[in-house]
Design a protein around this ligand. Structure first.
Ligand SMILES: Cc1cc2nc3c(=O)[nH]c(=O)nc-3n(C[C@H](O)[C@H](O)[C@H](O)COP(=O)(O)OP(=O)(O)OC[C@H]3O[C@@H](n4cnc5c(N)ncnc54)[C@H](O)[C@@H]3O)c2cc1C
Length: 467
């Protein structure tokens, strides 16, 4: 439904990568944006800390260049000299099995040789093209989907660790349709994954978007927070810190946002509100407008994650550092999900003679992480990690960040939430629900969605003659 706006004012809630990118793109189109951010810092999940020569990204450590908007931002914000791509060595990724690190096979010949999968599991893959579509793909978990198409061992030693690495999630809970829509589409559209992968690769060559597996991995010399900082510098006074939105209500015309700014209650009237705050925060904001929406938002699960950063002298590490790091299948029963070899991937993450690692603990696999004494937990994780890495010294640097509600889980039943979000936006033209609980959690997806929202504001909500 089109609405004809009386002003070009837009209020954006949240100054994470979703809110800031949306604000930047809309501002470039001549809209008058105001971004309200609850904290006294921008970036949301993106946080970079520099200490004692180490650079620690406490949230995302990299992004994938899946959309041309990323290089557009880099160029327009003059970040060309800051941008870094992942070292070639980091193409190699390991999976732990029986306390040994096995490289994930990246081509058919390595797949046939790998010891990561048994002969039976390899043979099982040949059956995939002959397996038909599922009757109930819509309500299927990624675990059911993968077991049916590729077999149980592939689920346990490829998908289970992969899902932990991306979502800090459980394959038994995540909806294949909502969390892995491209995988689901391969079955729906082409009838199978192998045939679908080949055909869709050909089709994608004609489009500017890149698939996640072929997109380049990037970060910045000074860490991931470079991007939100540059966006904020560009937006200047349009970003209001210490400004917590507390309610969104209908007013005539448009909407009213109430927010607390440094202890004072203020309001803003506008025709367009774009929310990019986490679902649980949006649930409170929209409660008085629509209780059902509020309940959908509140039912989205965000498990806790503890991110542990460890620095060691290179000379104390027995393992060759020749990859991205490793992921741990839940069957291996370790106290953490995996480790990224941070200083192998990007430059300047550690002093020359040191190596830096980022470990992920908890997630939906182990949500009790929040209730365990952190010191005891970290000691246990360190013991397990140091054994695998053949390290027999104390770390020279140690730091951690605990995310109480880390990443939204697109679990089974998510489609019902998504349908209701669409319905709510239709009933309330001018309100857009964005952020990482819609359309993907990755940095690339958040940026892609910021562009979609910008287009929606320009072409669906506004009378084009006003643009
Ligand atoms: C530990 C961790 C590791 C990750 N690793 C990767 C990775 O390697 N690669 C990758 O692509 N992605 C990764 N992700 C995911 C990715 O970082 C996030 O999905 C993305 O940054 C989310 O951005 P966002 O702007 O949608 O939300 P957020 O970053 O959550 O931003 C929301 C903002 O809203 C603000 N806010 C909340 N309530 C209010 C309110 N009432 N009023 C005003 N403001 C409010 C918050 O303070 C916050 O600044 C990771 C995430 C985590 C937590």
């Amino acid at each position: 439904m089109k609405i004809t706006i009386s002003s070009r004012n837009i209020v954006i809630l949240g100054a994470g990568i979703s809110g800031l990118t949306t604000a930047y793109l809309l501002s470039k189109k001549g809209f008058d944006v105001t971004v309200l951010e609850k904290k006294n810092e921008i970036g949301g999940s993106i946080e970079t800390v520099c200490e004692k020569g180490f650079l620690f990204d406490r949230g995302p450590n990299s992004g994938l260049e899946t959309t041309p908007v990323i290089s557009q931002l880099v160029n327009e914000l003059n970040l060309q000299n800051e941008l870094v791509y992942a070292n070639k060595a980091s193409n190699k990724r390991y999976i732990l099995r029986n306390n040994e690190l096995h490289p994930l096979p990246m081509n058919p010949s390595l797949f046939l040789k790998t010891q990561l999968f048994s002969a039976k599991a390899k043979f099982r893959l040949f059956a995939e093209p002959f397996i038909g579509r599922s009757k109930d793909g819509y309500n299927q978990s990624i675990a059911e989907f993968v077991t049916r198409r590729l077999g149980k061992e592939f689920l346990d030693y490829a998908i289970n660790p992969f899902v932990a690495g991306v979502y800090a999630g459980n394959p038994e809970d995540l909806s294949v349709k909502s969390a892995f829509p491209k995988l689901y589409d391969l079955e729906e559209k082409y009838g199978g994954l192998i045939v679908g992968a080949i055909r869709s690769m050909k089709e994608r060559k004609r489009r500017p978007e890149k698939a996640k597996q072929s997109a380049k991995m990037f970060s910045f010399k000074n860490g991931m927070s470079v991007l939100p900082k540059a966006l904020t510098n560009n937006l200047g006074e349009k970003v209001l810190l210490f400004s917590e939105a507390v309610a969104v209500e209908k007013s005539s015309p448009g909407y009213k946002v109430t927010f607390n700014q440094a202890g004072k209650t203020r309001t803003l009237s506008t025709d367009v509100i774009i929310s990019t705050v986490p679902a649980y925060a949006a649930s409170q904001l929209f409660n008085s407008m629509d209780e059902r929406l509020s309940s959908h938002l509140n039912n989205i699960y965000y498990p806790p994650v503890l991110v542990l950063y460890l620095g060691y002298n290179k000379s104390d590490i027995g393992r060759v550092l020749d990859g991205f790091g490793f992921l741990i299948p839940s069957k291996e029963r370790k106290s953490y999900l995996g480790a990224i070899w941070s200083s192998v991937i990007f430059p300047d993450r550690a002093p020359e003679d040191k190596a830096a690692f980022t470990l992920f603990i908890g997630g939906a696999r182990d949500p009790e992480v929040g209730n365990i004494d952190k010191e005891i937990l970290i000691k246990k994780v360190r013991e397990e990690f140091e054994k695998i890495m053949m390290i027999n010294s104390e770390p020279v640097y140690i730091s951690y960040k605990y995310w109480n509600k880390a990443i939204p889980q697109y679990n089974i039943g998510y489609i019902e939430h998504e349908k209701y979000f669409d319905k709510f936006e239709k009933i309330n033209p001018g309100i857009i629900l964005g952020g990482n609980y819609r359309g993907g959690i990755s940095i690339g997806d958040c940026i892609k969605n910021a562009e979609l929202i910008t287009n929606k504001v320009m072409f669906d909500l506004h009378d084009e003659s006003l643009i």
